[in-house]
Design a protein around this ligand. Sequence first.
Ligand code: FES
Ligand code: FE2
Length: 407
Amino acid sequence: MRAALAQCQDGHALPRAFYTDPALFAWDMRHFVLAHWHCVGHTSMAANPGDFFTAEIAGESLVIVRGEDGALRALLNVCRHRGSRVCTQTQGHASNGKFVCPYHAWTYDTQGALSSARAMPDDFDRNKFPLKQAHLQVEEGMVFISLAERPLGLDHVREAFSVSAKVYGWGRAKVIARKTYLIQANWKLVEENYQECYHCGPAHQEYAKRHTYSRSQALRDGPDDAMRQRDALLGLNLQDCDFYFSNARPGQESADSIRSALVTPMVSGSRDGLPVAPLMGDFKGRGYDGGSSFIDVGPTSNFVAYPDYALLYRTIPQAVDTTAFELIWLVDQDAVEGVDYQTDAVTWLWDHTSQEDKHIIELNQRGVNSAFFEPGPYAPMEIYARSYSEWYLAALRDAVQNTPTAN
Ligand code: FES
Ligand SMILES: [Fe+2]
């Protein structure tokens, strides 16, 4: 680890080991990913008592379940007997309000309590063996999980969400589609790719026809006047909401929010740029604003907002050379499929863009695997990818300092 860190060069992409070394991947998970909050879905995915969905974070499986008491919990999917996965479905309803372990049938209720354990001695105390729980917080309907012993604060996240997500009404949304893309590449290549739009022109012709400029250009030049006026109409002041990455206050989860104009006269991220679903949140009274918003939280959770639909974009590291990313599309909860929207029309732009991303990220990994790979300099338009890498490296340097045996 020390050797890999010593090879890092300011303003340059990371050296090969960071994308290829399984030992480094283990450090990533332990000292970076597990220290943060991750959005795993939307409350509508477990709307009623007994409803659940599963999520994976750094190799840990969690069951997000609404208990009989109405509360949402994140239960570790690890049986308290001999450790089997308890829940094997990705989404569903706990029949009779129970999760039965497939190995020896220890049975848990929707609040994680062990309600029965077959043929155990009389003095066995079931109360001592509930499923373990992760921290869970809901912001504007989005479900965040942390497996950290002492989770980071959510002040920046709440600020970013109150400034921008709130107007989109995500608390009153429903999921209409989920799609997972399996990428043969290290998770940091996936996130770095998401964090820069230097590649958007050459690699995403459809996306680039709709979005006027990339995030970094928006930061450097500021939004145009028309966009500023639209922001003011919406009550947004996103300049106040750029805490990103290393700017996060100590002990706080990072979050940022930024706006981007759509190419006139487009109003949504759709095939023809026309409306694709009913307006959401405050836009119902105001109409389309000609823009879209991007929010990022922590290392793996990204959100894209148009006035008529929202997108949750999750990065899920699986192994040093394998990453999944999942897209979850949301529309207003009252919208009716086939009447108010067609799912294919809502998902088209980001599904298309994500297939292109899978292709370029996998090519990136194949090149990085080469013994001849030498990290080159980030371009100015890659400022967010660079900031992300620096944030990640700072966390690993801290971890190494606190681990005398690191080599
Ligand atoms: S491991 Fe779950 S009941 Fe034995
Ligand atoms: Fe992309």
